[in-house]
Design a binder for this molecule. Structure first.
Ligand code: SF4
Length: 379
């Protein structure tokens, strides 16, 4: 396997996939060789870990809050889980449609091994439908519509170790829909000297979250807005379960960072940002990093402009004023809001431009000037 595999290399085969979707997929099809393409007519089929059987061959998925009830030969809303004779199966276990080495700042994590590379992977599928999705070419397609390689969990962990990459990141589309793959990849990282991290929308039921959380080094949650209306109309999800997920992660001790993509006119009002910041402070404390990132027109929101810098800076000031010690700005290369400063004395600790770390003066997780502890995964 090569770290230079990109999404573009593994081009979406939507047209071919539309025909392939009609082909039968033998349930007992042997997996291809490690690193080989996954044929659309032989997707890996593995029993899902979180579901219950219902009468008349139906099943109820218990992975995400949608709780899809699925008849035989049908799929859940994410398109990657199928009822096969009363057995619910995941069709993307080990089928990585993108694998790439990214700086951890790109996820973004700013308090996890600054400057370290992360072997990043994803499968097709998602359990929501954000109108602003940046990875819609994989998230909004079924697995037979997206080219993929057979990379079982052990192969991912081994590849990271062989390349000297300290982090394995489940990211790009939505790790919740390939949660069994995430769980087993995280387990494979144990003993390989690799730390597994997840970049997620947080739209997951509590049991599968708690089942996997102890194996993870860090989770970044996209908090897409602070209103149910936005979640309903722009995301096709719900805010409340995401807030619950964030609280569970924080209480577990797993490292947590939050990202808020500010979209002009939809979720960027002063009142909404202030309410979000207050919720974080009172429910999670002031030490959780919160990144406000700039929106660029994409997918179904090409009619909107990029987020004005003034809006980002206003949100940054609100977060600071509400007591969040580590508020950041994203997608504004060179802005001071990309860097980490000590909340105790104000000294700049980690200087970033874009995804690049220019300087890191932290000493043992502390500010070298005043000695304040800076929370994170530093060693
Ligand atoms: S993970 Fe997929 S199948 Fe399961 S409830 Fe969510 S959308 Fe439905």
């Amino acid at each position: 396997m090569t770290a230079a595999i990109t999404r573009r290399d593994l081009a979406v085969a939507a047209c071919a996939g539309a025909a392939a979707a009609l082909l039968p997929r033998p349930a007992d099809a042997a997996p291809p060789a490690v690193g080989a393409p996954v044929p659309a007519d032989a997707l890996p089929a593995r029993e899902a870990s979180w579901y219950r059987k219902l009468p008349e061959g139906r099943v109820e998925c218990q992975l995400c809050p949608r709780g899809c009830q699925v008849a035989d030969a049908e799929r859940g809303a994410c398109g990657v889980r199928e009822n096969r004779g009363g057995t619910y199966t995941t069709l993307v276990y080990g089928a990585a449609c993108t694998v790439h080495v990214d700086p951890i700042e790109k996820k973004p994590f700013f308090h996890v091994l600054p400057g370290a590379p992360a072997l990043s992977f994803a499968t097709a599928g998602c359990n929501v439908e954000c109108k602003f999705c940046q990875n819609w070419e994989i998230s909004q397609f079924r697995p037979e519509q997206v080219a993929a390689l057979w990379l079982p969990p052990e192969a991912l962990a081994a590849a990271a170790r062989q390349k000297g990459v300290p982090l394995l990141a489940a990211t790009y589309s939505e790790p919740v829909v390939f949660w069994e793959y995430v769980r087993d990849a995280a387990a494979a990282c144990r003993g390989a000297g690799v730390r597994p991290v997840v970049v997620s929308n947080g739209y997951i039921q509590e049991r599968p979250l708690r089942d996997v959380l102890p194996s993870l080094a860090a989770v970044k949650v996209d908090l897409k807005a602070f209103s149910e209306r936005f979640y309903r109309e722009v995301v096709r999800g719900e805010l409340k379960p995401v807030l619950k997920t964030i609280e569970v992660i924080r209480a577990s001790g797993c490292w947590l960072e939050i990202v808020v993509l500010l979209i002009p006119g939809l979720n960027d009002s002063e009142a909404e940002v202030r309410a979000l910041a207050r919720w974080v402070k009172s429910n999670l404390g002031g030490e959780v990093p919160v990144h406000f990132t700039r929106f660029h027109p994409t997918y179904r929101l090409t009619n909107l402009p990029p987020t004005p810098l003034a809006t980002l800076e206003r949100s940054w000031r609100i977060a600071n004023a509400e007591g969040l010690a580590f508020a950041y700005l994203g997608n504004v290369p060179g802005h001071p809001g990309e860097s980490t400063s000590c909340p105790g004395c104000g000294a700049r600790l980690i200087h970033r431009i874009g995804f690049e770390v220019l300087e890191n003066t932290l000493k043992g997780g502390r500010c070298p000037t005043c000695g304040r502890t800076i929370p994170g995964v530093w060693a």
